[in-house]
Ligand binder design. Structure first.
Ligand code: C5P
Length: 396
């Protein structure tokens, strides 16, 4: 619940601005107070009357409004909320934020505020992919701005791609994880690996596995929701970076190990990635050619570094190291043996013989020094929340 929380909601110009109304409704239902700010672009897509009616508070639009200045003043407006949310955040507004422009009420508030800021970008895929937007986003993230989305999907212009505003429910969840609840992991740094790795064969082909990254990403999000500073080292996945985590994107196991070591020191490491055990012994510099009448080229494999075992034996070993065991048979005995072999503290073991990989649920066993706990079949988000709570307990 968000009762007592005050949110300054900035709505900028995008076809998706209508979603700000649904978001406002969700926030108010959860008990939050919403103070809406509408840019001139935003006002082309939603009316101040609709926003004001749903927010139940006056909409602020004008930096030079004598009424606003007399009643509250834009500096106080900037300092009042627990969180500033920009949804939708247009490419133009994000660029202005990155460069510190303050030429209207919204940008002035964003420059003047000392509160945490969450942005939900919305724009055409080509604008999102543009190097200027990439650079602006990198700058904003580096300054600690929280980001939710954008999603990949259908756009107003009958095109499709990344840039679509996250759904109101997702933006709400990001707000909730930034604002609500106790933060027992505040001040802790947790490293999480997630997703598969891609091991190149040649410039166009690679070895991979079916991991979606859903469980690892959910764990990163759950840890962040408990206040941890999270470094998420992710292999190639189609999931968006969870809100409030620092994501490092890698391809291969060796890159993943390097990124993990660079992220140390950490209080805990959760190795949920499905790291490829093997890579090709050598990567062809050019695409391997199929020659008619000739046998296929042999694929010689080399062993990849074991990231979990490396972190467990590291000079800067995190206090708590957690591994995963994806097994199709003898799940628990294999996990117990794996805990010993890898030198980690806990193993989260699951049976992947069904539709666990890429699916939305997981039935796991938590193997610790104290024994084995069998958890019921749960949504991956709930497995993540329970595991995050246990991590918090172990680090307290
Ligand atoms: O040995 P196995 O692959 O079954 O172990 C799984 C656990 O070890 C997972 O936590 C996985 O993230 C980790 N692992 C790793 N590096 C590897 C292989 C596995 O970190 N090269």
């Amino acid at each position: 619940m968000l009762s007592e929380k005050r949110i300054l909601l900035i709505v900028s110009g995008s076809v998706a601005a209508f979603k700000a109304l649904a978001l406002t409704r969700l926030l108010r239902k959860a008990g939050a107070r919403v103070t809406p700010v509408l840019t001139s672009g935003g006002a082309r897509f939603v009316t101040p009357h609709a926003l004001q009616a749903i927010a139940g508070e006056a909409v602020h639009q004008d930096l030079w409004s004598l009424t606003t200045e007399a009643e509250i003043g834009h500096i106080r407006l900037a300092r009042l909320p627990d969180l500033v949310v920009v949804a939708p955040a247009s490419a133009d507004l994000l660029a202005k934020m990155a460069h510190g422009l303050a030429d209207d009420l919204a940008t002035t508030l964003l420059l003047a505020t000392d509160r945490p800021v969450l942005v939900a970008p919305a724009m055409n895929w080509a604008m999102w992919a543009h190097p200027a937007t990439r650079a602006n986003m990198a700058l904003l993230r580096a300054r600690g701005v929280h980001v939710v989305g954008p999603e990949d999907g259908a756009m107003a212009e009958a095109e499709s791609g990344p840039g679509r505003l996250s759904e109101p429910e997702q933006i709400f969840a990001a707000i909730e994880s930034l604002l609500a609840g106790p933060r027992p992991l505040a001040g802790r740094h947790v490293l999480v690996t997630s997703g598969p790795t891609h091991e190149p064969i040649d410039p166009v082909r690679y070895i991979a596995n079916r991991s979606s990254g859903r469980q690892g990403h959910a764990i990163a999000a759950a840890l962040a929701a408990l206040g941890a500073r999270v470094t998420l080292v992710s292999g190639p996945v189609t999931l968006p970076d969870p809100p409030g985590v620092t994501a490092v994107h890698v391809e291969s196991a060796r890159e993943m190990l390097a990124a993990c070591e660079a992220a140390l020191p950490a209080d805990a490491a959760i190795c949920a990635a499905a790291v490829a055990d093997w890579r090709t012994a050598s990567e062809a510099g050019q695409k391997l050619k199929k020659v008619p009448g000739e046998a296929p080229p042999p694929l010689a494999l080399a062993l990849n570094p074991d990231i979990l075992a490396t972190l467990s034996a590291h000079a800067a070993r995190p206090r708590l190291v957690v591994g995963f065991a994806a097994e199709t048979e003898n799940v628990v005995p294999n996990a117990v043996a794996k805990r010993q072999r890898k030198g980690c503290d806990w193993i989260v073991a699951n049976d992947v013989s069904g539709d666990v990989m890429g699916g939305s649920e997981n039935a796991v066993h938590l193997v610790t020094a104290a024994g084995v706990e069998d958890w019921p079949r749960l949504p991956k988000e709930e497995v993540a929340r329970r595991l995050a709570a246990r991590v918090a307990e172990a680090l307290s």
